[in-house]
Design a protein around this ligand. Structure first.
Ligand code: FMN
Length: 374
């Protein structure tokens, strides 16, 4: 291995006691490939196994904590104990290859396609549709329903523990329900769940507290809890960079194992809310300091791109598309073969790359999503 890449291969012990062998993480990616009943498919399990041999940890596709929060066709379920064997298949496949397995848990809120949820009824913090033509108007959740969803996150965490995961990641990013409560766009409530920024934080923090409680009660060994968030929203009103710093301060006090910043571009700059010309991730890393480790992500393909990112002081780098395009990315760097890293999808390589059909079709038919060899 070229010695400049040694920082990638430093092991790390998280606050919970979970130890990872290196700093490269497979980013959570929905693969549309589970069975209609919410169980995982063999193709999906093989896809994870193929990508778990090099990275320190794998964060799974999001799983729904209640059927009312299912956000994608072919998403796997975490909302019933009957799913524990199915959840376990993924955890086992990942762990057998030497990576830690983290289950991303989720409720889609107003982003759920109505055809995927019972009675087609979608819900959110308030009855405000997402921006864009023809987006359905969600029904505002009652106080009791909100408390029940918080428990659903706890219950899915218990199932993750029973299925053998090393941790859960709360999906508080990408405009889904947890973010919808923090966002002044989707949350116009005036009860204890909305109004001031502190009240908009109540739901995300209540979910964190519930999941921590369940982990303390049920985990027999070290169990990680991470939180993923998106730093800004394009809408007005919407989450600004300044508001994100308030969220980060609150999360950093929660003794979490990590914070994961969801970005398409690692080096993207703030839109509004702060007078700062640095990248969002640099501002966030400075704010967090050493209170909690940060995972950065976004359009990093080559070993040198990842090196430059890690040199900012962000201790972990997640890779999504790159892990689909080249499942041997980490091994190649480790063996001094970084020049052999593949950075574009080759349309003839589905079998070799072990990518389930629904995901493959989505990749090759969505222009501009993945870098591609034409
Ligand atoms: C196919 C696909 C599915 C994704 N699904 C999820 C998901 O379930 N949860 C999530 O937090 N992010 C999801 N993302 C976002 C990625 O985790 C990541 O933040 C994004 O792709 C940018 O990183 P990259 O350039 O390394 O791919 C998805 C991305 C892709 C490409």
């Amino acid at each position: 291995m070229n010695s400049k890449y040694t920082p990638f291969f430093e092991s790390f012990t998280f606050r919970s006691g979970v130890e990872v062998k290196n700093r490269i993480v497979m980013a959570p990616m929905t693969n549309f490939s589970s069975n209609p009943d919410g169980t995982v498919t063999d193709a999906e399990v093989k896809y994870y196994a193929r990508r778990s041999g090099g990275v320190g940890m794998v964060i799974t596709a999001c799983t729904y904590v209640t059927a009312k929060g299912k956000g994608f066709q072919g998403e796997f379920g975490g909302d019933h104990d009957e799913f524990i064997p199915s959840l376990k298949q993924v955890a086992t496949a990942i762990k057998e290859k030497g990576a830690k397995a983290v289950l991303q848990i989720f409720h889609g809120g107003r982003q759920c396609p109505p055809e995927l949820v019972p009675n087609g009824e979608i819900v959110s913090a308030s009855a405000i549709p997402a921006e864009g033509n023809g987006k359905p108007v969600p029904r505002e959740l009652t106080d009791q329903e909100i408390q029940s969803i918080i428990q659903d996150f706890g219950e899915t965490t218990r199932r993750a523990i029973e299925a053998g995961y090393d941790g859960v990641e709360l999906h508080g990013a990408n405009g889904y329900l947890i973010q919808q409560f923090f966002s002044p766009h989707s949350n116009r409530r005036e009860d204890r769940w909305g109004g001031s920024i502190e009240k908009r934080l109540s739901f995300p923090l209540a979910v964190v507290d519930e999941v921590k409680k369940v982990a303390a009660e049920h985990a027999n060994g070290p169990f990680m809890i991470g939180y993923r968030f998106s730093p800004e929203e394009p809408e007005t009103p919407g989450i600004t960079m300044a508001e994100t710093l308030v969220l980060i301060d609150a999360l950093a006090d929660k003794n979490l194992d990590y914070l994961h910043v969801s970005l398409q571009e690692f080096w993207s700059k703030p839109r509004r809310g702060v007078e700062d010309s640095r990248a969002r991730i640099e501002i966030i890393q400075e704010r967090v300091g050493d209170k909690v480790p940060v995972i950065g992500v976004g359009s990093l393909y080559t070993a040198d791109e990842v090196l430059k990112a890690i040199q900012t002081g962000v201790p972990f780098i997640a890779m999504g598309r790159e892990m689909i395009i080249d499942p041997d990315w980490v091994q190649k760097v480790k063996e001094g073969r970084e020049t052999e890293i593949v950075t574009k999808i080759d349309k003839s390589k589905q079998q070799e790359l072990v990518v389930p059909d629904p995901l493959w079709q989505a990749i090759i038919h969505t222009p501009g999503w993945f870098p591609m060899n034409e």
